[in-house]
Structures are given as C-alpha cells and as structure tokens.
Design a protein around this ligand. Structure first.
Ligand code: PEP
Length: 249
C-alpha cells in the first residue's frame, strides 16, 4: 500500500502575522514538492494571511487547535466553521503541549476529532508517551489507549483519511529524536491498533507521522520506515531546513 507522505510544520506560538507571511514566502520555493502533502499549522491569527501568501503554491495552511462546539459562549476559542470558511483543511488535535498546559484529555481529543470530521477537516491526531512511561515499559499500552479513545464513534471511512502524529513527549523540542527503531515500532503498533478497531484496509490507508526533534539529518531514515508516513515538525519548520525535510529523498 503506498501512502502519500504528509510533512507538517507546527509553528506553535511563534511568529507575528507579518513574520509568518515572510516565512511562508521564504519557504515556498524550498518546499515545492508535489510528491508529499506539505502543511503548515500556524497560530490562528496568522491563518488568513498565510493562506493568502501560500496561494498558487503546494502549501496547505492548517490550524493548531479548534474547539468541539459549533458556536456560542466559549471566549477565546475557534469554531470549526471559522476554519473551513477560510479554507483550512487540517487541524492539529491533542498536541502534548495542549494536553499539558491546557488540560486537554483523551475525551476532549475525541470530541474535537468528531467535530473536525463533521466539518470535513482532516485531524492530525497527536499521541505520545512521557519519558516515565517509556522507562516503565508501558509505551504501547498507553498509546493504544490514546488511539482507542481518540477514534471512538469515528467511522472507518473517516478514519482512513485521518492523520496520526506519534510524538514521544520526551522528544518534543528537546533535541532528542527517538531512534528509527523506536519510532517505527510505535507507528507499527498504532497501525495494528487501527486494524483491530476497524480492519486492515483502514489501517493500510491511515497516515501516521513521527514527530519529535525531526531535522534534515534524521528525516530520511525516519520517513522511509514502512509505517512512518511523514512527520510533524516543530522547531525545524520555522527554518529553511524544513525544505530539506520535505525533500528528504
Ligand atoms: C511538535 O511541535 O510537534 C514537535 C515535534 O516539535 P519539535 O520538532 O520542535 O520537537
């Protein structure tokens, strides 16, 4: 089964809107590669100017978060139809920083995943273990639980189009990349879990990224593993180096 790679940048809380536009313009020629899906998930305030800046290129602009209600008294939140109205097709859901600092749980992740699909937005669903969990040998059990809850009430047809980002928390922003074997092992286990929830066809279709201190040096080996279909990249997506990551081959 050949799956198109998806390489996404997560800009987190970086860059003002005008800096974001300048960065899109700088990266545009460097990431011009139609063989992979290229996405930049940017701060909400920069989504519209970045979409404008990316027009006519292969760059997709995504969101870093979204709320699970349609509208109403939820001060500070962004509704799904606000994203679709401006052409957003991808949203990061349940990043470990949102789980840690903004009290997101597996349950809210599932609500957001359901809502994203209702609106035709592709969720990039994040999962990943802490260092303590890895050292205790419970990584796969923990990730399986995160995946099973994230996909509650999601149909196989929807799941086939989802993106999962496996991001060991200890590797995010730390410069510590998981070894290729560690990343492949967990991504393969996630695919097995999807096959158990749905069927092999769904497991074969879903795209699973690795994330955690990916660089131009580590991308080629990571992205050519059988169960790794690209990456979710933080720090290096803010630099010209991201062009090398997209063109990892
Ligand atoms: C991320 O933000 O999802 C991430 C993986 O960050 P970094 O690449 O900087 O570790």
């Amino acid at each position: 089964m050949s799956r198109k790679k998806i390489i996404a940048g997560n800009w987190k809380m970086n860059k003002t809107p005008s800096e974001a536009v300048a960065l899109i313009n700088e990266l545009k020629p460097l990431v011009a590669n139609d063989e992979v899906d290229v996405v930049f998930c940017v701060p909400a305030i920069s989504i519209i100017p970045c979409i404008e800046a990316a027009k006519g290129s292969n760059i997709n602009i995504g969101a870093e978060n979204m709320y699970f209600e349609e509208s109403g008294a939820f001060t500070g939140e962004i509704a799904p139809n606000m994203l679709t109205d401006v052409g957003v097709k991808y949203v990061v859901i349940g990043h470990s920083e949102r789980r840690e600092y903004f009290a997101e749980t597996d349950i809210t992740v599932n609500k957001k995943v359901k809502k994203a699909f209702e609106h035709g937005i592709t969720p990039i669903i994040c999962c990943g273990e802490s260092l303590e969990q890895r050292e205790q040998g419970v990584t796969i059990d923990f990730i399986r639980q995160q995946i099973k809850i994230a996909f509650l009430d999601i149909t196989a047809e929807q799941a086939k189009t989802a993106v999962i980002a496996y991001e060991p928390i200890w590797a995010i922003g730390t410069g510590k990349v998981a070894t290729t074997e560690q990343a492949q092992e967990v991504c393969a286990a996630i695919r097995v879990c999807i096959a158990e929830i749905y069927d092999q066809a769904t497991a074969d279709a879903i795209r699973i990224q690795y994330g955690g201190s990916v660089t131009a040096a580590s991308a080629p080996e990571l992205f050519t593993q059988p169960d790794i279909d690209g990456g979710l990249v933080g720090g290096a997506s803010l630099k010209p180096e991201f062009g090398k990551i997209v063109n990892y081959k």
